[in-house]
Design a protein around this ligand. Structure first.
Ligand code: 4AD
Length: 311
């Protein structure tokens, strides 16, 4: 891994801590060993990595989110930087089996507050990297002016439905309800001056069980993704969280044969039905984009994929 990339990665960590600590967040540590899946309980979710735990089956965390939600009920604003594990079945330049994710959870926020926090985090990180690592970026051949432009603008937003309409106008064969693919994201970012793009209000059928159903349209969730420009793929995924325990239970039952491992979470939500939301930022996806790398494997010192478990 290039030393310039290592240095930029270290600055990203520094900027993440700076942002959260100066905005009243507490750093917390969710467990890595778990007994349930956070993300597989949804359509198209990636597979769990299982481990033998005292002769019982356990899993490596896909996301600390559900624990962060519980901790946010106590501390209001929490964040963590932790590893996430996903047994991705296909080998892609954008996917690792082990990656690092910065996650945050906030109580008493609106969907607008959530998107505002994500935009501010991203512009803070880019600003700090530009300040500390401009010569590293130049050595990597990165167009620094493009990143400078991002720090001066709001991240544009578009709804999922509008994104589908744009793609259809561009003669892309896509229907409402389909997943937006990387090639589509590339086309969409060109519509928005090659800035990162926030896509909001995804169909419920594409959403994980914990995403809050839109109060004025039950086909949608109060969800968002941020996609990096130039085909660098999704860097952030977030949402408001569902507070209706019966709705959570029903959605879980549609994808899980046994929902008992989620009972503690359902209990946490039912005893603290507070409006809350949060997000996860993939560190290697961000570094791949910031450093203009060809593959995500160059954004982490010892990558782990389906094919790579060495050294
Ligand atoms: O969108 P995802 O799946 O969201 C969650 O895990 C939420 N539970 C986070 C939360 O709300 N607290 O993943 C979040 C981000 C993605 O946007 C992407 O940047 C990154 O994690 N990511 C990956 N990075 C590398 N390799 C993979 N296989 C990744 N899967 C997700």
């Amino acid at each position: 891994m290039k030393s310039e990339v290592l240095k930029i990665r270290s600055t990203v960590y520094e900027a993440v801590d700076m942002f959260f600590r100066s905005n009243g967040f507490y750093e917390v540590s969710p467990p890595i060993l778990t007994s349930f899946s956070c993300e597989a309980a949804c359509v198209g979710g990636s597979d769990l990595v299982s481990v033998n735990y005292y002769n019982k089956k356990a899993f490596l965390s896909q996301s600390g989110q559900l624990y962060l939600e519980a901790l946010a009920m106590q501390l209001e604003r929490v964040y963590c930087m932790g590893p996430a594990f996903r047994a991705e079945s296909t080998l892609l330049a954008t996917h690792l089996s082990e990656f690092w994710m910065c996650e945050a959870e906030m109580i008493n926020i609106s969907f607008d507050d959530l998107s505002h926090n994500i935009s501010s985090l991203l512009t803070t990180i880019i600003g700090v990297v530009l300040e500390k690592n401009s010569s590293d970026l130049e050595k990597l051949g990165v167009n620094v002016t493009e990143f400078d432009k991002i720090t001066k603008k709001q991240i544009p937003q578009i709804t999922y439905s509008d994104a589908i309409n744009i793609l259809r106008k561009e003669s892309i064969p896509i229907e409402w309800g389909d997943d937006i693919q990387s090639s589509h994201e590339l086309l969409l970012s060109k519509y928005f001056d090659n800035l990162p793009l926030m896509i909001t209000l995804y169909p419920r059928a594409l959403s994980s069980f914990y995403k809050q159903v839109c109060p004025d349209d039950s086909k949608l969730t109060l969800s968002l993704d941020v996609v990096a420009p130039s085909g660098f793929h999704e860097i952030v995924g977030g949402s408001m969280r569902e507070n209706d325990v019966e709705c959570l239970r029903k959605t879980l039952q549609m994808s899980q044969s046994d929902i008992s491992p989620y009972e503690w979470y359902l209990e946490t939500i039912s005893s603290n039905p507070k409006k809350h939301g949060g997000f996860g930022l993939g560190i290697e996806r961000l570094v791949t984009w910031l450093c203009n790398l060809n593959t995500i494997q160059d954004a982490i010192p010892f990558p782990r994929t389906k094919e790579i478990l060495w050294p």
